[in-house]
Ligand binder design. Structure first.
Ligand SMILES: O=C(O)C(=O)C[C@]1(C(=O)O)C=C[C@@H](O)C=C1
Length: 289
């Protein structure tokens, strides 16, 4: 089984994919951009693609949600939670009289990871430190190694520090200990369902038109059936300013007639519904989903 993830080697996505597929015979294939992960999953170079979509500290990973919605043509087949443990990685200060981080002038990382470590950056690094955005945490670590510059550090995983042979300058630097990322897996085929799964269905709702109470009317179809929504997020349709779709996670399988009737009701009032997947969702080590 081939699993595409955002590379290069050592990203949180790789750690997370190896955790999810532990014990399964898989080939993990890194891609430079998330758009490539999605493309590879469409054109058969990979069976599954790993797409991180939400983080405890920074919220929705909008660029990835938009790709799921606009570029992916395979459904979501699973979801799981994985801790994003970030570290400051680079070359330790060779000046033994200064054990601190004062030699760091530039931080390279994917903005989502930088955003998870704001307190550490403002509290522990030079106020004038510069930021350089890259495509992934491991891409930052790889760049620090390639440049061989002691004044540059990356934010990334312990796995990346090991793979690229760099030092952990500071460990576990995220603003909150409980920093988790929600990963979705897209692909053609469903996977065997494991213990502890909660069924979810993700849909996109576009309102019929903008009138008072339109969203309320849509939501009431779920409310009176006591169907639980665990996430609802508005994103621009990108077609016209001020028009949105609602990315909605429902804690119920699409096989459930209750959910089917709610979707029929929503369609009957003119809203458009697109189903992105109905899949098992797993917490991390028995934690909440
Ligand atoms: O850059 C990585 O290591 C990734 O796997 C991507 C990603 C993301 O874009 O959400 C995944 C989880 C991390 O919290 C930060 C970055």
């Amino acid at each position: 089984m081939k699993v595409a993830y955002l590379g290069p080697e050592g990203t949180v996505s790789e750690e997370s994919a190896r955790y999810f597929f532990a014990g399964v015979d898989c080939e993990f294939i890194p891609f430079r951009f998330m758009a490539d992960v999605i493309r590879a999953t469409s054109d058969g170079r990979a069976d599954y693609g790993v797409v991180p979509i939400e983080n405890t500290i920074d919220g929705s990973v909008n660029a990835h949600v938009d790709l799921l919605v606009n570029a992916a043509d395979q459904p979501i087949q699973a979801e799981w939670i994985y801790p994003s443990v970030q570290n400051l990685i680079g070359y330790a200060n060779s000046d033994k009289s200064d054990a601190g981080l004062s030699h760091i002038r530039r931080v390279v990382s994917i903005p989502v990871a930088t955003a998870q470590c704001r307190s550490f950056i403002t509290g522990m690094l030079d106020p004038e430190v510069e930021f350089e955005p890259v495509n992934s945490t491991a891409e930052g670590v790889r760049l620090v190694k390639e440049r061989g510059d002691r004044t540059i550090a990356a934010i990334g995983t312990r796995l990346a520090a090991e793979r690229y042979g760099l030092d952990l300058l500071a460990e576990n630097i995220t603003d909150h200990d409980n920093n988790y990322t929600r990963f979705t897996l897209i692909g053609k085929e469903p996977l065997p369902v494991r213990d502890g799964a909660v069924y979810k269905t993700t849909i996109l709702i576009t309102l019929p038109e903008d009138y008072p109470g339109a969203l309320h009317q849509v939501l009431s179809a779920f409310a009176w059936r006591r169907i639980n929504l665990s996430r609802i997020e508005s994103r621009p349709t990108k077609k016209k300013l001020g028009t949105y779709y609602f990315y909605t996670d429902i804690v119920m399988s699409l096989d459930n007639v209750l959910l089917r009737s709610a979707l029929e009701e929503i369609s009957a009032i003119g809203a458009q519904v697109r189903i992105l997947g109905s899949y098992p969702s797993y917490g991390y080590d028995g934690e909440s989903y």
